[in-house]
Design a protein around this ligand. Sequence first.
Ligand SMILES: *Cc1c(COP(=O)(O)O)cnc(C)c1O
Ligand code: SF4
Length: 451
Amino acid sequence: MNDQQKIASKRYQPYNNKNISKIQALEGLPSSYKEEIDVVSRVLPFRTNNYVVDELIDWDNIPNDPIFQLTFPQRKMLKWRDYEMIRTQIQQGASENEIIKKAQMIQKKMNPHPAGQISMNVPEFRGKRLNGIQHKYDETVLFFPTQGQTCHAYCTYCFRWPQFVGLEELKFSSASINELILYLDSHPEVTDVLITGGDPLFMSANVLEKYIEPLIRKRPGNISTIRFGTKVPAYWPYRFLTDNDSDKLIRLFGKIVDSGFHLSIMSHFSHYRELETDPARHAIRRILSTGAVVRCQAPLIRHINDHSYIWTRMWKNQVALGAIPYYMFVERNTGPKDYFSVSLADAYMIFKNAYKRVSGLSRTVRGPSMSSTPGKILIDGVTTIGNEKVFVLKFIQGRDSSWVNKIFFAKYDEHSGWLDDLKPAFGAKQFFFEDRLAEMKAEKELFEDAS
Ligand SMILES: *Cc1c(COP(=O)(O)O)cnc(C)c1O
Ligand code: SF4
């Protein structure tokens, strides 16, 4: 069967704040929407495309449609005062430079570098910082290829937003594959390379091959798994079906598998609707036909997927297509978090209510999980011990591997949205990991001073 032949090809048409007038669907809406998009997109990145606009968004349900919320900037993503400042600047005909200056002021207030990503995750090797590589958990190295630092559309809640607005100029993305290979050779604990972005599958098959080929030829260190972190199956499934180099991309996946690697496509799906179009379904089938595995993950986001029903249906869709539910994340404490965040207490309830309605095959999913500075921390329960109501928390990844699978407790608080808001339970002064984490921070700072 030749799946891609059943899908008519589509030419990729990106939309951003320079060409919104091309989006015909916006014509029928009140002009206030265009103003909102214009104002907010000066501060936060905006990009969508003709597949998202034509096949995913329900234009009879604006502004509440979850996919509209997913890629179109919303007024309340900015604080009222910040919004008014930018709006007034535009209205008064301020120069591009003035507006950028104001926008950067606002961006810098929005915690652009959460969870120690730059200060703690970028490794040092032979006395040099390896920009473009992150190594936080023993077994897995993240690699950010330069050409993969953009996406077919931008998620409004994206925690990588600083790099799309030029605040974080390619700091993660200047890695060379040779440096990666040397690094892996001297780190035998690493089994997985996770190629990420942005979106690495935004790259052409030719460019991607230049990164992959040396890995499969040299087999550095103990690498057994190659993962791609991607939202292309959701944002541009034609990438695997009818684009000019789709066949080449699919052959490259096959080649990775044939070389004896496990290939895992870590697919970001935010809503079940992204799995219910014909192109998306065919894309997943075609990926699976190479021997790759598709694992699915997404953050839990207010206005987009904050109902258990959405997750139940999404996980069922994934399993029906042969994909594996993997992670539900808590929205990170960065960017427009006030608009999107769901409290930890609500996140736990949504997860639990969705999880109890699916069979064991969907219960490979883990969550809700916070990717925080010390590690991935699961909210594993809410209970009462003695007289104290607590969150049961569990490390599922740790910056120090001895923390993994450890259970600990925080005072229950219905408003907390992130680890930083939580207090240790039972009168403890600090969480068990804090001394060691401070030590690790200090070690990194010493290195930074020296380099
Ligand atoms: C999530 C994550 C990984 C991968 O963790 P797994 O649990 O193996 O999927 C690796 N590095 C970083 C920095 C991460 O946040
Ligand atoms: S696909 Fe990923 S990197 Fe790209 S905008 Fe969405 S969350 Fe960010």
